[in-house]
Write a protein that binds this ligand. Sequence first.
Ligand code: GTQ
Length: 356
Amino acid sequence: MSHELGTLEDLPADYVAALRARNLVPLWPSLRGVLPPKVPTRHTQPTHWAYADIKPLLLKAGELTPIEKAERRVLVLANPGHTLEKMQASSAMYLGMQLLLPGEWAPSHRHTPNAVRMVVEGEGAWTTVEGEKCPMSRGDLILTPTGLWHEHGHDGTEPVVWLDVLDLPLAYYLEVSYHLNGSRQETKVGQGDRAYARSGVVPTQVFGRSGRRYPMLRYPWANAKAALQSMADDQPDLDCVQVTYVNPETGEDAENILGFYALMLRPGQTLTLSARSPAAVYHVIEGTARVATESQGFDLVPADTCCIPGYTQTTLKNGSASEPAFLFIADESPLHRKLGVYEVREDAQPAMPTQL
Ligand code: GTQ
């Protein structure tokens, strides 16, 4: 049984004016808007950003704007469903393609939003995070979590480009987004990706844990790719050949708010992912893939990126029948789980998260 709710027009204009003058609003005309039936309203639209479009415009930015005038020379991958001015890919995710030219330096700062970098192309760049110098090569994932100092530099000879993924829209919405500037960091000896390089053994801390919330800051692509290939070889029937980037001391997601994964599509494979509450970003590291919802599809080539809203069944199809495809995925799962709103819909019938 559905009742038509009263509208604003049903009310006397002087009554509505009297409410408004006192910063009061009647709920019932807007109730269905904020609590729609079964499926949430999503501003996030399925959106594809082709690297072939981005790269020349990013290189042009390198000519137009010196690094000193940009601090971070980034073209933001903005979702039109949120309006471009909001600079967000989804409700919680921000995406940007950052360019650093040989010899340039993006000065040290730290901020409340968490960030990661997925290296797209070019050799010789590095990000120093809390004094740990992290070399950047194609496919590497570098964390710069909340509050940690970070700066980028480039000792190579060709432009370097990477994809930034931040939870900036959420931090901004929460009114907790700000930054502090610092000076060039002293780099220290030792790297988390070396100390934690062998699976199954982690450094023993005589006095408890390392005390570092983020013991590993650099996740080399060679390691993630090797793990995926082993899984695919060992388990020929496994559909979802995927690894999660985790904190090696706790096994928890690498960062607090966004989740990061690498996925392999076998040659010719089609993989259907159930509708889930978080929005997701797909970025091709190697190979080609089609990312499709029931209503739309995008054909992705290396370095292409797309965003799919939450509550949307998604089909991933390898574009090649002979080569595997490797995707980097970012999503809002850790946030949804912490908030208690994480949901998987195996069929069209919604079930509240508390019943799962
Ligand atoms: O590299 O520190 O895309 O602070 C946006 C904000 C990159 C960065 C972005 C940032 C950075």
